[in-house]
Design a protein around this ligand. Structure first.
Ligand SMILES: Cc1cc2nc3c(=O)[nH]c(=O)nc-3n(C[C@H](O)[C@H](O)[C@H](O)COP(=O)(O)OP(=O)(O)OC[C@H]3O[C@@H](n4cnc5c(N)ncnc54)[C@H](O)[C@@H]3O)c2cc1C
Length: 359
C-alpha cells in the first residue's frame, strides 16, 4: 500500500493502558511519530472515561490510580469523572508530548512483510515490528439474548448508553446484572422510577470491610489464570464482589437492591419467570458488562478454542510481537499502569534481539 508508514511500535488505544505504555516508550527513548504512534478512535482524550454518565462523579469511582509520572490532585469529587479524567488525560498527553492521533479507527491488524505487522486504519496503514493493544472493553457492550427480547414494547438500553437517572422518572425499570454498574444504576434510578426490579443470574456477593491488597491480588490471580488458559477474561471487578458501603446498605434496607433470580423470557409488556410470575416494565436496562474490544485482531487468529486470547504477562502466547494491556487481569487503572510498563520492557528486549518473531 502507498500510504504505509513504518514504525517500531503501534499502540492502539489512548486510555489508561495505552497512555501508560506510551509514557514508558517515551521514557526509554522512543520518539513519537518516528518510532511509535498512538492511535485512538474516540473524539477526545479520556479513553472510555469520556463516555461515562454524568452522575458517575469523581467521588463515586473507587480506587482510580493516576497515570505514571503525574499525579491527579485536587479534583472536585462532585464533578463528573468523565470531565475530571478527560482533562487529566489531555494534560498528560501534552506534558509528555505523546501526540495521540485521533480520531483514527483501527480496522484490522494482519501479517505484513518482513516479519512486520500491518495495521490498517481509517487514516492509512502503519507497518510495525510490535503492537501494544490497549483497546479496553467500552466499545463492546455485552447484551445477553433472552427469548422474546425483540417483542418487548418498551425501551432496552445498555450501561454504555446510560446517561443518568432523570429519564426514568415515573417508569417501571428492570435492571439486569449483578456488577457495580447494576447496583449503581438502581441506587440512582430508585428515587425517580415508579418501580424497579433487580435481576441477576447468580446471587450477588457483597464484600464486607476494606478491600485489602491480599484480596486484590487473589482476584487478579483468578483472572490471570483464565487468560493463561485462553479463556475469555472476566473483569477484575466482577471477581472482587460488591463493596458493602453506606449507599448499598441503604439500598438493601429500602428494598431497591432486593435481588430476584433471572427471568426466563421477555414479553411485550415486561418479563416472565417459569411458573407464571410476571413483572410489567417500561424499560429494561442491561448492566451486563463488556467484552474485550479485539475484533480488529481477528486476521491474526489469536483466539483459542475457549474464546479468549492466551496471554502470558502481557504478551500473546501465539505471537510475541503482540501485547495486550488493560486486558483481563490488567483491566483496572492500576493493572493498566503495570501492564503498560511490562509490555514496553518486553518489547524493548524483543526489538533489541532483532527479530521479534524469532525471539
Ligand atoms: C463504569 C466503570 C467504572 C470503572 N471504575 C473503575 C474504578 O473506579 N477504578 C479502576 O481501577 N477501574 C475502574 N474501571 C475499569 C477501568 O476504567 C479500566 O480498566 C481502565 O481505565 C483501563 O482502561 P483501558 O485503557 O484499558 O481502556 P479504555 O479506557 O476503554 O481505553 C481504550 C481506548 O481504545 C480506543 N479504541 C478501542 N478500539 C479501538 C480501535 N479499533 N481503534 C482505535 N481506537 C480504539 C477507545 O477509543 C479508547 O479510548 C471502571 C470501568 C467501568 C466500565
Amino acid at each position: 500500500m502507498n500510504n504505509t508508514r513504518e514504525v517500531e511500535v503501534v499502540v492502539i488505544g489512548a486510555g489508561q493502558a495505552g497512555l501508560a505504555a506510551a509514557y514508558h516508550l517515551r521514557r526509554t527513548g522512543f520518539e513519537p511519530e518516528r518510532d511509535f504512534v498512538v492511535l485512538d478512535h474516540s473524539p477526545g482524550p479520556g479513553g472510555a472515561w469520556q463516555f461515562r454518565w454524568p452522575s458517575l462523579t469523581y467521588g463515586k469511582v473507587h480506587g482510580m490510580h493516576a497515570l505514571p509520572g503525574m499525579e491527579l490532585t485536587g479534583a472536585d469529587p462532585a464533578r463528573p469523572s468523565a470531565e475530571v479524567v478527560s482533562g487529566y488525560f489531555a494534560d498528560y498527553e501534552r506534558t509528555f508530548d505523546l501526540r495521540v492521533l485521533r480520531p483514527v479507527d483501527v480496522r484490522a491488524v494482519r501479517e505484513g512483510t518482513g516479519g512486520r505487522l500491518l495495521v490498517e486504519t481509517s487514516a492509512g496503514s502503519w507497518s510495525t515490528r510490535a503492537l501494544i493493544n490497549a483497546t479496553g472493553t467500552w466499545d463492546r457492550p455485552f447484551w445477553p439474548r433472552y427469548p422474546g427480547q425483540q417483542t418487548f414494547r418498551g425501551r432496552q438500553l445498555h450501561t454504555a448508553q446510560y446517561a443518568g437517572p432523570e429519564e426514568f422518572a415515573g417508569r417501571r425499570v428492570i435492571v439486569v446484572g449483578g456488577g457495580a454498574s447494576g447496583t449503581q444504576h438502581l441506587l440512582e434510578i430508585g428515587p425517580y422510577a415508579a418501580a424497579t426490579t433487580w435481576v441477576t443470574r447468580r446471587p450477588p456477593v457483597f464484600r464486607e470491610g476494606p478491600f485489602d491488597e491480599d484480596a486484590g491480588r487473589a482476584a487478579v490471580a483468578l483472572v490471570e489464570e483464565r487468560v493463561r488458559q485462553g479463556l475469555p477474561p472476566k473483569s477484575v471487578v466482577s471477581v472482587t464482589g460488591l463493596p458493602l458501603n453506606d449507599a448499598v446498605r441503604a439500598g438493601l434496607e429500602s428494598g431497591v437492591l432486593d435481588r430476584q433470580p433471572m427471568f426466563d423470557r421477555i414479553t411485550p409488556e415486561g418479563v416472565e419467570w417459569n411458573g407464571g410470575r410476571r413483572v410489567a416494565a417500561d424499560v429494561i436496562l442491561w448492566a451486563t458488562g463488556f467484552r474485550a474490544a479485539v475484533d480488529h485482531l481477528r486476521p491474526l487468529r489469536l483466539r483459542e478454542q475457549g474464546g479468549g486470547i492466551r496471554v502470558e504477562g502481557t504478551r500473546a502466547v501465539a505471537d510475541p510481537r503482540i501485547h495486550l494491556v488493560g486486558y483481563g487481569p490488567s483491566a483496572s487503572t492500576i493493572g493498566a499502569n503495570r501492564a503498560g510498563r511490562a509490555a514496553v520492557r518486553d518489547i524493548r528486549r524483543l526489538l533489541a534481539e532483532g527479530d521479534p518473531v524469532a525471539a
